[in-house]
Structures are given as C-alpha cells and as structure tokens.
Design a binder for this molecule. Structure first.
Ligand SMILES: *[C@@H]1O[C@H](CO)[C@@H](O)[C@H](O)[C@H]1NC(C)=O
Ligand SMILES: *[C@@H]1O[C@H](CO)[C@@H](O)[C@H](O)[C@H]1NC(C)=O
Ligand SMILES: *[C@@H]1O[C@H](CO)[C@@H](O)[C@H](O)[C@H]1NC(C)=O
Ligand SMILES: *[C@@H]1O[C@H](CO)[C@@H](O)[C@H](O)[C@H]1NC(C)=O
Ligand SMILES: *[C@@H]1O[C@H](CO)[C@@H](O)[C@H](O)[C@H]1NC(C)=O
Ligand SMILES: *[C@@H]1O[C@H](CO)[C@@H](O)[C@H](O)[C@H]1NC(C)=O
Ligand SMILES: *[C@@H]1O[C@H](CO)[C@@H](O)[C@H](O)[C@H]1NC(C)=O
Ligand SMILES: *[C@@H]1O[C@H](CO)[C@@H](O)[C@H](O)[C@H]1NC(C)=O
Ligand SMILES: *[C@@H]1O[C@H](CO)[C@@H](O)[C@H](O)[C@H]1NC(C)=O
Ligand SMILES: *[C@@H]1O[C@H](CO)[C@@H](O)[C@H](O)[C@H]1NC(C)=O
Ligand SMILES: *[C@@H]1O[C@H](CO)[C@@H](O)[C@H](O)[C@H]1NC(C)=O
Length: 534
C-alpha cells in the first residue's frame, strides 16, 4: 500500500488534537481565591465560581479538599441547558457573590463533560476575575511576572513562604494532584516547599530584575495575587491573575489598546523579567513565558497569536459595564459574530507594527463570540465604578466554522479503501459517519479548504440521481440547489448516477458524475456541534 493514505489520517488527527489543546474547557479544575488573611481590609470576601456547560446533561461537582468552607461541600448539579450557568447553591442568583466566604482554601470542580470555569472575587469596591485553566493543562514550570510598581506593596523582601498582611505581591501555588507536590522557586536564592494534595502555598515575589520561576515535580496552578494593593486615595484593591504555563517557544502577543491608556506590560521568560511601558512603536511583545497588561486594578493576561481560537464564551456580569475586546488579523475583520449576529459597524484600530487590528464592543448578556473563517482572540473586561478588571475570554475551540461556535469539531475523513458508492455509505456508517452531503455553498467551500493538499484525487460524495427523472438527491435529504459541478458536468444519465468530488490541483473541488459501481475513496462526514447561548 502506498504511504500516502496514512498521511491523511495523521493530518486529520493532528487537526482535532490541536483544537483540543487550545481549549480552556476541561472536566477537572482547582480554584483558589485571593486569600483572606488581610483582615484589616474592612469587608468580607465575596467569591464566586461560574461554571459553563458546553453540553447538555452535564453533571458538575464542586468540592473542597478542606471541609472548612462555608459552602461547596460535595454536591452534584445537573445542568440541562445547552449552556447552563451554574451558581453554587446555598446562594442566591441575585446576590451572586456570597458563596465562598473563607477563601484561603482550594475548591475542586469536576464534571462528566467539558465545562469552562471562571472564578470571581470581590472585596469592598474591588473585583477580580480569572479564567481557570483545567487541571490537565497545568504545567510544572511558570515564569514569575515582574511586580507592578504600586506604592506600599513592593517591599523588595526575599521570597519567603510565610506571608503576612500588607505584604508584597505573592504567588499562590495550588497542588491539585492526589500526591504531595515538591515545588522550588528558582532564579536567585532558591526556596523549596512541599504542598499537600489539594492545598495552596503562598510565596512572596521579590521585586528585582532576576528571572524567577516556579518548578514543580507535578502540574501545579500558579496565581499572581495581591489582597490589598493601593488603588487610589488609600483604597484597597485586589489583584489576582492566573499565570500561564511557561512556553517552549517564543510567542508573539499583540497588545490591544486597553482603555486608551499607557498601560504597562509585565513580561517574563527565561531571558528577561521586565515591566515595559507600552505605547511606543510596536503593539506586540514577544515572550516564551508571560505577558500581562497592568493598569491599576487590572491584570489582563495576554494571549499569543499561536493560541488564538475561533470560538469564545464571554461572561456577562450584572451591574458592571461589560466590554469585549477583539484582536484579529486585519484581513479577517469580516466573519466575526456575537451570538447569532454578525459584528457590524466596528471601528477598527490597527496594532502598530503588526498585521493585527482590534475593536471593542459592550455586551448585555453572556454570549458566544465566533469567527466563521479565521482565528482571533477575545478579552472580557468589566468596569465597576472607576476601576477595571478582566481576563481573556474562554476559548472553546480553534475550528473556524461558518455555522457558528464549534464545541465539538466537524469530522471530515477520507477512508483509505477505494470502493463502490454503495459500499462507501456502509464504510462511513461503520465509523459512525455519513457519506458527505454538500447542500450549501458555504459547506462546499469549507470542506474544499479543509481538504486542500490532500493526496486523494477523487472521492465519493453522498449524491445520486434518479434513473427515471434524472434529478439529483442528497443522502441527507437536503434540497439539491447549490451545485458545484466541474466544467461540463454532469453528463447524461448514461454516464453515471453517482458523483465524485475532484481534489486535484488547487481546484475548487468540482463534481463529476460517475458509474456507482466504480471504485473511489469515500469522503465521510459528521457535522460539528454548535454552542448556542440564549
Ligand atoms: C440540548 O438541549 C436543547 C433543549 O432540549 C436542544 O434544543 C439542543 O439540541 C440540545 N443540544 C445538544 C447538543 O444535544
Ligand atoms: C439550587 O437552587 C435552585 C434555585 O434556587 C434550585 O432550583 C435547585 O434545586 C437547587 N439545587 C440544589 C442541588 O440544591
Ligand atoms: C435573594 O436575594 C434577594 C436580594 O438580596 C432577596 O430579595 C431574596 O429574598 C433572596 N432570595 C432568597 C431565596 O434568599
Ligand atoms: C464570613 O466569615 C466570617 C468569619 O467566619 C463571618 O463573621 C461572616 O459573617 C461571614 N460572612 C458571610 C457573608 O457569610
Ligand atoms: C459606585 O459608586 C457609587 C457612588 O459613587 C457607590 O454608591 C456605589 O456603592 C459604588 N459601587 C460599587 C460596586 O462600589
Ligand atoms: C518567616 O520566615 C522567616 C524565615 O524565612 C522567619 O525568620 C520568620 O520568623 C518567619 N515569620 C513568621 C511570622 O513565622
Ligand atoms: C482531577 O485531577 C487530579 C490531578 O490530576 C486527579 O488527582 C483527580 O483524580 C482528578 N479528578 C477527577 C474527577 O478526574
Ligand atoms: C532593574 O533594571 C533596571 C534597568 O536595567 C534598573 O533601572 C533597576 O534599578 C533595576 N531594579 C532592581 C531592583 O535591581
Ligand atoms: C514543552 O516541551 C515538553 C518536552 O518536549 C513537553 O512535555 C511539553 O508539553 C511542552 N509544553 C508545551 C506548552 O508545549
Ligand atoms: C473602545 O474603543 C474606543 C475607540 O477606539 C476607545 O476610545 C475606548 O477606550 C475603548 N474601550 C476600552 C474599554 O478599551
Ligand atoms: C486556527 O487555529 C488552529 C490551531 O492553532 C489551527 O489548527 C487552524 O488551522 C487555524 N485556522 C485558521 C483558519 O487559521
């Protein structure tokens, strides 16, 4: 057998695997809130977990390794909506924050199907939100961001594991594993700690120019946090962000114009750890670690181009101004949708020195944001009185699709064995797929695009004509209106009652009628699942 067919399968697997790697969805999460030890802060912590189900009938369990939480005992919730938004009970939807009062504990969330998780913390007038990385995507290496310059918060102490009030920035390191994790902070004077299963440790971050990093013998979660950073006029504000794992390669992070302000960028990797004042010649920063936008009150983790996706869930928070910021290649400003509506009348701003552009939009409900043909990134930021907070929107997938926000990608698969049209139907069925029907021009184009570079020359598609009337039919019973016949095709009935699609050259995948008993490889298909939020 020629090696070529094997290649097809590999490419397909790679495509699906890539989208799953990028997604923020998972079934196992551990959350920690900005700890609650700064008691002089004169109000209770109000913390909340948002769980968004991507599939129907999702059971979600929220539990804690430490039973001292006021809420969050092991409980099971069944989410029956396509997109269920789950507020942990013992609460009240119109009073959304009073969930986990004691917050220096970890909270474990598991589910039987993919979910996304956001954690929101509030104290006094200050609120922070993080998009929680699923346990399976945690890493054992993180570069520690530089510390923003905030008066009264950066004392320049050595990193120590006993954190007290009015302390510098800290890392909160969480061990979600069943076994103890050994964690070492490296870069200068090393310190090592063991973290018990389900526990969190806090470590001060030294404000120097050394490239500090966290290394663990297991995947751990790392939060960069301050419980009481002075915002203005002596007010206390939370700062809390999840540190993204160290990356193997240098990546490019386009910087959207956030708030029209000269924000700073906290950048760290193994080469440098620095605060960059943004606003100069180029709206892009490179890093193999972290790049975080800082503006008083706001820590916004940037997303590198390599991790752009095509479908996002944007969470609406009641009582705040909700803004989403989109960054996309300037050639792909068309095709963006918010819910079911195309994004119209957007004012685009080019990001200097890059091929990217950015726009923003306010929203009034939780929604999906998706691109029909390209990848992009979306940030959600919120304004509460005069301070901002926010995080990257949850990526659901990186499979642009003209039908909407893909939660489970479509499957397009050319089987290896060439066989008759009838046999092809069966062979596809054996893989729980269907011989493809291509009733719409958009699907024809997308399929052709996805199969570009494929080695197969001609593949069976799911159409056949009546020998009595000569009319063509799709196997899935869609109307046969939008056709893509090649050149002078189709011929008359005597030339054949089935059809192949040609994948030769850079062609447009035109169809040709064929004798159904000839052999060709089947093109099998399963439609994607589209996530909708109403
Ligand atoms: C989920 O349930 C809704 C309402 O019952 C239904 O309309 C929708 O098709 C279901 N979605 C999936 C992916 O099964
Ligand atoms: C949670 O609260 C909702 C509304 O108050 C209620 O309908 C539901 O049964 C509760 N679920 C559990 C598991 O207690
Ligand atoms: C939920 O909170 C609102 C406003 O705080 C209150 O009016 C309502 O009675 C509460 N409902 C329950 C079931 O506690
Ligand atoms: C939070 O916990 C503290 C101490 O246990 C308690 O005094 C306070 O009433 C709690 N607040 C809420 C909103 O449950
Ligand atoms: C916002 O400011 C107003 C008055 O300036 C105040 O009454 C309100 O409590 C503030 N809201 C929050 C969430 O801090
Ligand atoms: C914190 O740790 C340092 C050494 O790392 C020690 O000298 C100090 O006494 C500790 N403080 C507390 C409050 O435990
Ligand atoms: C969640 O992940 C942790 C760490 O990998 C593992 O110990 C635990 O068993 C997982 N829980 C579930 C329900 O998968
Ligand atoms: C870090 O480096 C910058 C410039 O290289 C210097 O101005 C600054 O003083 C250094 N900070 C510390 C804490 O060493
Ligand atoms: C980086 O490379 C290591 C070793 O090849 C691999 O285990 C890890 O998954 C990679 N990390 C990322 C983020 O790609
Ligand atoms: C949204 O875009 C407008 C116009 O570019 C800009 O003035 C505004 O500051 C942006 N809003 C945010 C929150 O970044
Ligand atoms: C979107 O991103 C994924 C993952 O990086 C990639 O496999 C896919 O080809 C991209 N799609 C487009 C249209 O750029």
């Amino acid at each position: 057998m020629s090696p070529a067919p094997r290649l097809v399968v590999l490419l397909l697997v790679a495509r699906i695997a890539a989208s799953q790697t990028l997604s923020n969805a998972g079934r196992n999460f551990t959350v920690v809130f900005p700890e609650n030890i700064a008691y002089y802060y004169p109000s209770d912590a109000r913390n909340k977990i948002w769980v968004t189900a991507l599939h129907n009938d999702t059971s979600v369990m929220v539990s804690s390794a430490n039973s001292q939480l006021n809420a969050g005992q092991t409980k099971s919730f069944t989410v029956t909506q396509e997109l269920g938004r789950l507020t942990i009970n013992e609460t009240n939807a119109s009073d959304p924050f009073k969930v986990f009062n004691i917050s220096d504990k970890t909270v474990h969330i598991t589910s039987n199907k993919d979910i996304i998780v956001q954690a929101i913390s509030s104290k006094g007038r200050s609120t922070q939100s993080v998009l929680v990385i699923p346990t399976t995507k945690l890493s054992n290496k993180y570069f520690i961001p530089p510390v923003p310059e905030i008066e009264g918060t950066t004392s320049g102490a050595s990193p120590v594991a006993n954190v007290t009030e009015r302390a510098p920035f800290r890392l909160i390191i969480v061990n979600p594993n069943e076994l103890k994790a050994s964690v070492t902070i490296k870069g200068g004077e090393e310190i090592s700690i063991d973290i018990e299963s389900g526990s969190a440790a806090q470590i001060w971050v030294k404000n120097d120019n050394k490239t500090w990093y966290v290394e663990a013998n297991k995947g751990v979660a790392v939060f960069f946090s301050h419980p009481c950073a002075v915002q203005h006029q002596c007010t206390c504000g939370l700062l809390h962000a999840m540190v993204p794992p160290a990356k193997n390669n240098t990546m490019r992070f386009p910087i959207p114009p956030v708030l029209d302000q000269p924000v700073s960028i906290l950048r760290s990797d193994k080469e440098t750890r620095e605060r960059i004042t943004f606003g100069s010649s180029s709206a892009v920063v490179e890093s193999a670690g972290t790049a975080i936008v800082y503006w008083p009150g706001l820590l916004l983790t940037l997303v590198p181009v390599e991790e752009f996706g095509s479908c996002f869930v944007v969470q609406f928070i009641e009582g705040k101004e909700n803004i989403l910021i989109i960054v996309v290649n300037k050639n792909h400003q068309q095709g963006i949708h918010i819910g079911n509506d195309p994004l119209e009348g957007a004012e685009w701003q080019e990001l200097k020195g890059t091929e990217y552009s950015s726009t923003n939009r306010s929203i009034s409900s939780t929604t999906v944001v998706w691109h029909a043909a390209a990848n992009m990134t979306v940030y959600q930021i919120y304004k509460q009185n005069d301070t901002w907070f926010g995080n990257p929107a949850a990526v659901i997938s990186a499979n642009p699709d003209f039908r909407g926000c893909v939660s489970t990608p479509e499957v397009t698969k050319i089987l290896q064995e060439a066989e008759s049209w009838q046999e092809s139907i069966r062979s596809c069925k054996n893989q729980t797929l269907d011989l493809i029907s291509l009733p719409s021009e958009a699907l024809q184009k997308q399929t052709c695009q996805n199969l570009r570079g494929n080695d197969a020359k001609q593949v069976w598609i799911g159409t056949r004509r009546s020998s009595l009337t000569g009319d063509w039919y799709w196997l899935d019973e869609s109307d046969f209106n939008n056709t893509n016949w090649a050149g002078s095709e189709p011929g008359d009935v005597s030339e054949g009652q089935c059809a192949v699609m040609s994948l030769e050259g850079d062609g447009d995948c035109g169809w040709k009628d064929r004798n159904c008993c000839e052999d060709a490889r089947p093109l099998c298909y399963a439609a994607p699942q589209i996530l909708q939020i109403n």
